[in-house]
Design a protein around this ligand. Structure first.
Ligand code: B12
Length: 330
């Protein structure tokens, strides 16, 4: 049965699939879709699709000749927000089986882990996109899919079942996957509060810091990763200069714990003076170390971070609560 949207979809910043990359901010190559293509892809009539365009329920534009055209990123957002099934994903240039597997998170994690180890980027992209289209939250995708797959890859490496090059290639693929997800999460409003984050000097682990950035963007923050291997002194300068409302630190490696404790004391004082909440997480923060530190919150998971960040911004709705809800028919 044909479904009809009940309200306007969230504006999205852009989406990048395969060789087709576009964004509403930066004007690069844009693939425009016709209402007929989109209608056939999601199994609705072309006239319904055109009506939704005209009602502004799905963003579209007109060609010089007056024909409606839709951007892929807006279409993907629409499908996700409204819960449509992708009947012919290839018509949108998506992998043929996108949206056609009802993954459990556990099964998706196993598939992602295997595809990451095999270097099969197409399958990795398909699994992550499927789970996103199935309305799982970004924090669940980060915690239970990508991070969980990496925990298993680490164990496989430890047992000698995964080569170093396979693990590194998996990281490269994941950096690209996270970047692609970054393009589809809702674009934070111009006046969104600012969050900065990074890893400290000596910490080469980049995935968690990028995932935290993605999770915060999705939670409505103007989040920017400052990168990895940052001396705490430069993080301090960033706070003093920009006074972000939130700073996240991912701490996978702490080379010199005593020095770290001293520098963190200073950083906390600065954070208080700049009105910056300090969120910390990561494998190297033992409970012993945590007892010597001051911070606003310690997070085991990205879900913790998303939840904490929302307590700072009670006006931002928690979209993860509506995960997997089915859409109402018109
Ligand atoms: C990829 C990887 C690397 C890559 C990282 C590359 C990159 N670009 O990031 C590189 C090559 C650097 C690397 C190097 C090494 N690695 Co390594 N690595 C991993 C691996 C497979 C994945 C790490 C990762 O990104 N995981 C995904 C993140 C998101 O998960 P996470 O860090 O556990 O974070 C969770 C929480 O802590 C939380 N979190 C983390 N940070 C933050 C921050 C905030 C703000 C919040 C809210 C939450 C949060 O969120 C996650 C939960 O969802 C892990 C396996 C594992 N268990 O993670 C091994 C692992 C960490 N590595 C290991 C080892 C041994 C090494 C090396 C010593 C190997 C060597 N002989 O050279 C070196 C050490 C490097 C160093 N300088 O310290 C061991 C560590 C064992 C131990 N007891 O410490 C592990 C556990 C593998 C294993 N099973 O043995 N590694």
């Amino acid at each position: 049965m044909e479904k009809s949207p009940s309200d306007a979809p969230h504006p999205r910043s852009g989406f990048c699939l395969g060789s087709v990359c576009h964004s509403s901010k930066a004007s690069v190559v844009k693939e425009l879709l016709s209402p007929k293509q989109v209608a056939r892809a999601i199994g609705v009539s072309e006239s319904s699709l055109k009506r939704w365009c005209d009602r502004g329920l799905i963003p579209s534009e007109r060609t010089a000749g007056g024909h409606r055209r839709l951007h892929l990123d807006a279409v993907v957002s629409f499908i996700r927000d409204k819960g449509y099934d992708l009947q012919n994903p290839q018509l949108l240039g998506l992998p043929a089986t996108t949206g056609q597997t009802d993954w459990t998170i556990q099964r998706a994690k196993e598939r992602l882990r295997d595809a990451l180890v095999a270097g099969d980027e197409i399958v990795c992209r398909q699994v992550v996109l499927d789970v996103y289209l199935a309305r799982h939250s970004i924090s669940v995708i980060c915690d239970q899919l990508i991070a969980a797959a990496f925990h298993e890859i680490g164990d496989l490496w430890d047992c000698g079942d995964v080569e170093v090059y396979e693990e590194r290639r998996a990281c490269e693929i994941s950096v690209r996957l996270i970047h692609e997800l970054r393009q589809v999460v809702p674009h934070p409003p111009a006046n969104a509060p600012t969050a900065f984050g990074g890893t400290i000097d000596g910490d080469p682990y980049t995935l968690a810091v990028s995932m935290a950035e993605l999770v915060l963007l999705d939670a409505g923050w103007n989040a920017s990763s400052l990168g990895h291997m940052l001396p705490l002194a430069t993080i301090r300068t960033a706070l003093e200069t920009h006074r972000p409302q939130l700073l996240w630190l991912s701490l996978s490696v702490i080379r010199d714990p005593d020095r770290f404790v001293e520098e963190m004391k200073d950083l906390f004082v600065v954070a208080q003076s700049t009105g910056t909440a300090l969120a910390v997480g990561g494998r190297s923060l033992s409970s012993d170390l945590r007892h010597q530190l001051r911070y606003s919150v310690f997070c085991d998971t990205f879900q913790n971070l998303a939840d904490f960040s929302r307590t700072l911004l009670p006006s931002i709705p928690d979209t993860s609560q509506s995960e997997k809800q089915t859409m109402q028919a018109d």
